[in-house]
Design a protein around this ligand. Structure first.
Ligand code: SF4
Length: 336
């Protein structure tokens, strides 16, 4: 069964003066939403996804095994053979469902092209949905943790820019924040550039607004993107957008670190620190250093910086996506 779940969501939300969060559309392994589609008739509901993230995204649930007609309950399966081209076998009776799942995956991927996905969350360890280190059994029955699920493999091949993650890895606060930054950025890129009448000016503006966010991920990517934008005249707008989009999404795959955030916080402070009193400047530096020493989360210095950006009306910074990359209700920066 193909099911697309749509919800009315209170977003878009106007966070700062100029930043609007549009609702990302996220593909998801259906069992993670609490639907009883697993081989044993159970589910793997993930509370963060169903109770915290759900109000801010639109889910597109997929259960490859059920949609391919294998039914629920069904015999458990695993991957076996060559880790680069594994077979999908039932564990007890050794029935080979590889062709069924591969055929289904090709059809479903084609359908998903029309749904404008902004990200995908896969169930870890699944021979159909797992993204990293899925067990592949040798002929002698020994497990090796090196495979990728049949459906998740087809998805990655078809959507190379799509942010993807496993639900287990989203328990790690920096990985979680990074993934959610990526899905909101991908949505923003598509709605503000790709789905517009593309002009070089739109891309230049997009790049300027993402400057500090990019710097927390990869200085070299930021530099390369700047070079690309400066040579905008060498490309057609469509070609420029394709090159920029690929490099932009590649940059965001690189995890932001405390050291890179501290650098960016210092740059931001440099825009207005001359307008602060000595006491205010000292207090701001202390909050940045406390974050650097891991005494406080990123939210603390950022809140103070956002306060000054607003009251001193620093126009260039008001536009920076870095200050509001995702809905504040998710509290993601209270944990990194
Ligand atoms: S892991 Fe994938 S195939 Fe298995 S039950 Fe969940 S959605 Fe279905």
């Amino acid at each position: 069964m193909v099911r697309v779940q749509r919800k009315k969501i209170s977003l878009p939300e106007r966070e700062g003066k100029h930043i609007i969060h549009e609702t990302p559309r996220i593909g998801i392994s259906q069992c993670l939403l609490g639907d009883e589609v697993r081989y044993d008739g159970g589910h793997k509901r993930d509370i963060f996804l169903t109770d915290v993230l759900a109000p801010f995204v639109e889910w597109v649930p997929v259960c490859p095994e059920v949609e391919a007609g294998l039914g629920t309950p069904r015999e458990a399966m695993h991957l076996a053979g060559n880790p680069h081209a594994p077979r999908l076998l039932t564990i007890r009776t050794k029935i080979d469902h590889t062709v069924t799942l591969q055929g289904f995956s090709q059809r479903r991927v084609k359908e998903l092209r029309g749904t404008d996905l902004d990200g995908y969350i896969f169930k870890k360890n699944s021979p159909s949905c797992g993204l990293h280190r899925v067990k592949v059994y040798s002929e002698k029955g020994h497990p090796g943790k090196q495979g990728i699920g049949i459906f998740s493999s087809a998805m990655q091949e078809a959507f190379p820019l799509l942010p993807v993650e496993e639900e287990g890895r989203l328990n790690d606060a920096p990985i979680r924040e990074n993934f959610i930054v990526r899905i909101f950025c991908y949505r923003r890129w598509k709605t503000q550039v790709q789905q517009q009448r593309i002009t070089r000016g739109i891309i230049v503006d997009f790049h300027a607004r993402h400057k500090y966010l990019l710097l927390t991920h990869s200085r070299s990517h930021y530099h390369d993107l700047g070079q690309l934008v400066s040579k905008a005249g060498d490309y057609t707008p469509r070609d420029l957008a394709t090159r920029y989009g690929a490099l932009f999404m590649d940059a965001l795959k690189i995890k932001a670190t405390v050291r890179k955030h501290v650098n960016v916080l210092q740059h931001l402070a440099g825009h207005f620190s001359k307008q602060l009193s000595t006491i205010e400047r000292t207090e701001l530096q202390e909050t940045i250093q406390d974050y650097h020493q891991h005494f406080t989360p990123l939210a603390v210095p950022l809140t103070l910086i956002k306060h000054y950006v607003r009251i001193l009306a620093v126009p260039y910074l008001l536009d920076q996506v870095y200050l509001n990359p995702h809905p504040k209700e998710l509290l993601l920066r209270n944990h990194v």
